[in-house]
Design a protein around this ligand. Structure first.
Ligand code: ADP
Length: 559
C-alpha cells in the first residue's frame, strides 16, 4: 500500500510503490519538510516572477501539465545533493536540478522529462561564501541571486569598489544564469566568461572542484579531515580559471553532467565614473547602418559594454500593453509602428549604451560614439535626465548597465492578456546586412503567425545575440499553438542559413540540437559518449539540450 500521495505524473516507468519508497528515502536525506509531491489533485498555479512555481513552466507553451515534476526536493547542503544523486541512481529516477527556477522563456523550473524529480538548490543553499574586493571576486551558492549579491554589496558599502554584472531581471541565480551562458550588459556581460572555479556534484554523487580548486590550499592535515565541500579552497581558485590539464568547466554548461554547488564570479572594479545614453534610430535602414558602425567600435572596445539595439515594440511593451496602443488583434503594421514611435518620442530602433571611467575618458569615448552614430540622418542622442517619462526605459537601462538590478522589464510580457513568452535567440554577425536578413525573416514569420515582432540585438564581443521575444496568451490554446509553430518554423528557417540559437526552451531542445549536425552529428556523438560515461544510468537531466542517455529512446520523447 502506497504511503505517499499519487503525484500528478510518476517518473517514467516507475510504479507508485517504488515512488513511495524513493520519497521515504528522500525524507530521510533532506527531511520530510524538504520534499514536496506535486499531487494529482493539485491545481498548477503559475505564481509570478517574484513568487515562481517550482515544478512546472510558468510560461507553458504546451499543456501546463506536460513539463511537470513528480516532486520537488530542496536539499540543505552539498552532502544532501550527493545523497539524492546516489538515491536517484539506486531507483533510476530522473532528476532535474535548478537554482531558482526563474528561467522564464526557456522552461522555468520545469524538467524536460515529465515526472522527473525537480531539485531546487536555491531555497537553502543560498550563501554568499566570499566577496574579495581587492581581487574583485565572489564565491556563491546556487540560491544567490543577482539582486541578493547586489544588495550585499550595497549593504556592506562595497559598491564604491566593485560592481556586479546583472541581466535584465535581477531575480535569477548567478550560477543558474552563468551555466546557461546568459548575458548582462556591463563590460562583464558574458557571465560564463567571467566565472572562475566550480564545485560540482557529478551524476554519481562524487564532488569535484575545477581549475585551481582541484588543488588543496595546503597540506595541513586538519584541512584534509574536513568535509570536502567545507574545505577552504585554494587561494587562486577565483583568480585563475584553468588550473592544470583539460579544462572541464565548459562541459557543465547547458549540460546534464553535473550539479554546480559553488561558483566563483569576477566582479567589475568600480570604473570611477559612468554615463548611460540612448541613441534613437528612425528606421530599419538606420539600424543597418548603425550595426555596420558598431562592429569596429565594439571589437576595438570604444564600446566598452554590451550595447543593445531594441525594436520599438520592446520599449513600447514596457510602457503598456498592446491594447493601450491599438484595438487591433492583428500584428501591428509599419504605420502603427511609426505612430507608436512618434507617440513615445523614440526611434523605430533604440540603442542603449554606456561609457565607463573618469570624466576625461568618458568624454573622449562619447565624442567618438556621437560622431559615429549621429552621422546617420535622423538619429538623436539622449542622456537619462533628458527623458521625462515616469518609468523611462533609459533610466532602467542606466541602472542595468551599471549593475543595479531591477524588475522593471517584467512588464513587456504583458503585451498580451495572460502574457507569457518564449525566447528565440539566434546568433548573428555584427553586420547590418546579416541583422536585416534575420530581422526580415523573423518579422515575416511573426506576422504569418499573427503575432507582433518584439526583439533586440545584444552585442557581444564579436557577435550579436538576436533575442526575439515571442509573447503569447498562455490561457488561449490557439495563441500557444501559434507561438509554438512560430518558433519551430524559425529554427528551421534559420538553420537553413547557418544561424543557430545559443540557448532554448525545453520544447525546442531536440530540434535545435539536431541543427548542430556537422559531419553526421559528430558533436552529438561526442556529447552522448561523455554523457553515458559520466551518467551510465542516465538519471541527471535526461534530454537536456537534446542529449539523451542510452537508457532513453530519443524517438519516444519527440515533441
Ligand atoms: P534562474 O537563475 O534564471 O532562475 P534556473 O535556476 O531556472 O535559472 O536555471 C536554469 C537552468 O539552468 C536549469 O533548468 C538547469 O538546467 C540549469 N541549472 C541551473 N542551476 C544549475 C546548477 N546549480 N547546476 C546545474 N545546472 C543548473
Amino acid at each position: 500500500m502506497a504511503s505517499v500521495p499519487h503525484p500528478m505524473r510518476l517518473p517514467p516507468g516507475m510504479s507508485l510503490d517504488q515512488f513511495s519508497k524513493f520519497i521515504t528515502k528522500a525524507h530521510d536525506i533532506c527531511g520530510a519538510e524538504n520534499v514536496r509531491i506535486i499531487e494529482k489533485s493539485d491545481p498548477l498555479h503559475d505564481g509570478s516572477y517574484v513568487d515562481p512555481c517550482k515544478g512546472h513552466d510558468m510560461h507553458a507553451v504546451l499543456e501546463k501539465d506536460y513539463f511537470v515534476a513528480s516532486a520537488v526536493i530542496f536539499p540543505r547542503e552539498v552532502p544532501e545533493v550527493q545523497a539524492v544523486m546516489r538515491l536517484c541512481n539506486e531507483f533510476e529516477v530522473p532528476v532535474w536540478p535548478y537554482s531558482i527556477g526563474r528561467n522564464t522563456g526557456y522552461g522555468g523550473a520545469a524538467p524536460r522529462v515529465p515526472g522527473s524529480i525537480a531539485m531546487d538548490l536555491g531555497v537553502h543553499m543560498n550563501k554568499i561564501l566570499d566577496v574579495n574586493v581587492d581581487d574583485a571576486t565572489a564565491l556563491v551558492e546556487p540560491g544567490v541571486t543577482f539582486m541578493g549579491l547586489h544588495e550585499y554589496l550595497e549593504k556592506h558599502k562595497l559598491r564604491d569598489r566593485v560592481w556586479l554584472d546583472v541581466p535584465d531581471l535581477g531575480g535569477g541565480s548567478i550560477i543558474g544564469n552563468a551555466v546557461e551562458r546568459g548575458v548582462g550588459y556591463t563590460p562583464y556581460g558574458d557571465h560564463w566568461m567571467m566565472h572562475s572555479g566550480l564545485e560540482v556534484v557529478l551524476p554519481s554523487g562524487e564532488l569535484i572542484r575545477t581549475g585551481m580548486g582541484a588543488m588543496p590550499d595546503s597540506d595541513d592535515p586538519s584541512i584534509q579531515r574536513m568535509r570536502p565541500d567545507q574545505q577552504p579552497p585554494n587561494r587562486a581558485w577565483q583568480l585563475f580559471n584553468y588550473g592544470f590539464g583539460p579544462y572541464n568547466d565548459g562541459i557543465f554548461t547547458q549540460s546534464s553532467l553535473g550539479i554546480v554547488v559553488k561558483m566563483g564570479i569576477w566582479l567589475m572594479p568600480n570604473p570611477g565614473g559612468y554615463q548611460a545614453y540612448m541613441i534613437t534610430l528612425p528606421s530599419d535602414a538606420a539600424l543597418s547602418r548603425a550595426l555596420d558602425l558598431t562592429k569596429p567600435l565594439r571589437v576595438g572596445m570604444v564600446l566598452q559594454n554590451v550595447p543593445t539595439f531594441r525594436h520599438i515594440l520592446l520599449d513600447a511593451a514596457v510602457y503598456g500593453p498592446k491594447s493601450s496602443y491599438s484595438d487591433s488583434d492583428k500584428p501591428l503594421t509599419e504605420e502603427d509602428l511609426d505612430a507608436i514611435a512618434k507617440k513615445l518620442d523614440l526611434g523605430r530602433w533604440n540603442f542603449y549604451g554606456a561609457v565607463y571611467g573618469p570624466e576625461p575618458v568618458r568624454n573622449v569615448l562619447l565624442s567618438v560614439i556621437k560622431d559615429a552614430y549621429l552621422s546617420i540622418p535622423g538619429t538623436r542622442f539622449y542622456l537619462p535626465e533628458d527623458r521625462n517619462e515616469p518609468r523611462s526605459v533609459l533610466k532602467t537601462r542606466s541602472n542595468t548597465l551599471q549593475g543595479i538590478p531591477s524588475l522593471d522589464e517584467l512588464s513587456w510580457v504583458d503585451w498580451l492578456p495572460h502574457g507569457a513568452h518564449l525566447f528565440f535567440s539566434p546568433i548573428a554577425k555584427i553586420s547590418g546586412a546579416d541583422a536585416m536578413a534575420q530581422y526580415d525573416i523573423t518579422a515575416a514569420r511573426c506576422r504569418e503567425a499573427g503575432l507582433d515582432f518584439i526583439g533586440t540585438f545584444v552585442v557581444g564581443m564579436r557577435e550579436m545575440h538576436h533575442i526575439v521575444c515571442i509573447v503569447f496568451n498562455r490561457e488561449d490554446p490557439s495563441s500557444r499553438k501559434k507561438a509554438h509553430w512560430l518558433i519551430r518554423t524559425l529554427v528551421d528557417d534559420c538553420a537553413k542559413r547557418g544561424w543557430g540559437e545559443y540557448r532554448t526552451h525545453l520544447a525546442l531542445m531536440d530540434q535545435i540540437a539536431g541543427t548542430y549536425n556537422f559531419n553526421d552529428n559528430a558533436q552529438m556523438k561526442l556529447n552522448e559518449t561523455i554523457k553515458n560515461a559520466l551518467d551510465p544510468k542516465g538519471v541527471l537531466a535526461p534530454g537536456k539540450n537534446g542529449i539523451w542517455p542510452k537508457s532513453y529512446n530519443k524517438a519516444d520523447w519527440v515533441i
